[in-house]
Write a protein that binds this ligand. Structure first.
Ligand SMILES: Cc1cc2nc3c(=O)[nH]c(=O)nc-3n(C[C@H](O)[C@H](O)[C@H](O)COP(=O)(O)OP(=O)(O)OC[C@H]3O[C@@H](n4cnc5c(N)ncnc54)[C@H](O)[C@@H]3O)c2cc1C
Length: 406
């Protein structure tokens, strides 16, 4: 017995699930679309706990899904915000080299950005970049004028409204607890009832691997949660940062390094760091979920990852515990800001897929089986690229099932 039938069921009302649902209602107006979400509101996890940056696409390997979808996604995100009255700002950003060994990497970023089609990039000497950020220190900087800022919770709420306007439905407090197949139909058991769905798309973010396994799909990927903590620059010192200031990232690691981000509400955040978290929704360092920690520790990929990155992991942990170490990293870019200028801020947890060999999966990754698509890895810049990712997923759906659903 099922409580309800639908053509397409999407698990997870984060920005990726909602963008996919919105695109499905647009492309297939006759199809019934249902989103199920375990929390009592949408954008409850990564989508509502991020830096709010519309990334330009400069960082990602040329030709990768990240590069293509980020460059296109930044443009479509800004267009969406204009069309639907969501506040955003194309404030631009500086990526600053503060030591000589970073200069070749800054040049490589410039070349990669050009190859990826990021518009308006310029390499600037100190007297030039200080006209943009007068308090910024460094040897050389890359100006990325197309980078922007937005509140992704506001974007996700707008996606939700458009889904409902188009006849789709979002069911909250509906954690998926079981998945099985019955005569080619997906039977989705949730805490809000059982649904029968012809097609299923798993956009469960930090739990996408768990949901994948629940569906009986073998994958050698596991989501490893990385917590990112922020400080907030005190209001009286915010004037020292005009827009966004980033360091040159360490190419061995998929995160961008602690940076300054002006938010659309005018506040300025510093962070996030990247700490191994032993709870997928662990927003503070306190409390370990024993079963989740055991799952992570017993995954062979995690043990290999830990062996490879233990030094970096310890340094990040030290920087989390010792505020002066966090501040020291930021002072390379803005020397005037002292420890007392920062107040504790929020945090977010990133879902990063790791394979059984301990490699951090760099690109977006999707797993496609029968009448299901599992979104296996959509870390940053997936909020920026959400409209394009939604299109990619619906294209996959159309390619595989068009004869059935058109
Ligand atoms: C600290 C941080 C900073 C970031 N900064 C940026 C940035 O500046 N720019 C950018 O583009 N990207 C950024 N990102 C990345 C971006 O936020 C994510 O890539 C994006 O939000 C992923 O969206 P999602 O829908 O896949 O995941 P989520 O937003 O996590 O949504 C998944 C949803 O699935 C639900 N769910 C899970 N399990 C179940 C279940 N069993 N049943 C029902 N529902 C379930 C969850 O409750 C959740 O609502 C950042 C991420 C973090 C954490």
């Amino acid at each position: 017995m099922t409580d309800r039938q639908t053509d397409l069921l999407i698990i997870g009302a984060g920005i990726v699930g909602l963008a996919t649902a919105m695109e499905a209602t647009r492309r297939f107006p006759g199809m019934s679309v249902l989103v199920v979400e375990k929390e009592d509101h949408i954008a409850a996890h990564q989508t509502g706990h991020n830096s709010g940056v519309i990334h330009s696409g400069i960082y990602y390997k040329t030709g990768s899904l990240k590069a293509r979808n980020c460059v296109a996604g930044a443009a479509s995100m800004k267009r969406f915000c204009r069309e639907h009255d969501v506040a955003y700002e194309e404030c631009g950003k500086l990526i600053v080299a503060t030591s000589r060994d970073e200069l070749p990497r800054l040049e490589q970023l410039l070349q990669r950005g050009i190859a990826n089609g990021v518009p308006g990039l310029r390499a600037l000497e100190p007297e030039q970049f200080r006209q943009i950020e007068p308090h910024c220190a460094g040897l050389r900087a890359l100006q990325v004028p197309s980078t922007g800022i937005v509140d992704y919770t506001a974007v996700a709420l707008k996606y939700g409204q458009l889904i409902e306007l188009a006849g789709g439905d979002i069911v909250l407090n509906a954690q998926v607890i079981g998945l099985r197949e019955d005569s080619g139909t997906n039977i989705v058991e949730t805490k809000a009832g059982t649904f029968a769905a012809h097609y299923l798309i798993n956009c469960a973010g930090l739990y996408s691997d768990t949901v994948c396994r629940m569906a009986g799909v073998e994958t050698d990927l596991e989501i490893i949660p990385f917590r990112g903590e922020y400080y907030e620059v005190k209001p009286e010192r915010r004037h020292l940062i005009k827009a966004l200031i980033y360091p040159v990232p360490d190419p061995r690691f998929p995160f961008l390094g602690v940076h300054f981000t002006r938010r659309v509400n005018g506040s300025v955040e510093a962070g996030p760091n990247a700490l191994l978290a032993f709870r997928r929704e662990g927003y503070t360092g306190a409390g370990v979920d024993l079963s989740e920690a055991a799952e992570t520790l017993s995954f062979p990929g995690f043990r290999k990852l830990a062996r490879r990155y233990w030094r970096m992991g310890l340094a990040e942990q030290y920087r989390s515990w010792v505020k002066s170490a966090f501040v020291k990293s930021l002072q390379r870019m803005i020397p005037e800001l002292q420890e007392e200028d920062y107040a504790p801020g929020g945090s977010g947890v990133r879902a990063q897929a790791v394979d059984k060999n301990g490699n951090l999966v760099d690109d977006f990754h999707f797993i496609h089986r029968k009448n299901m698509i599992h979104v296996g890895n959509v870390p940053s810049p997936a909020a920026t690229a959400s409209l394009e990712i939604g299109r990619e997923i619906v294209n996959m759906l159309a390619q595989c099932f068009e004869p059935d659903i058109s």
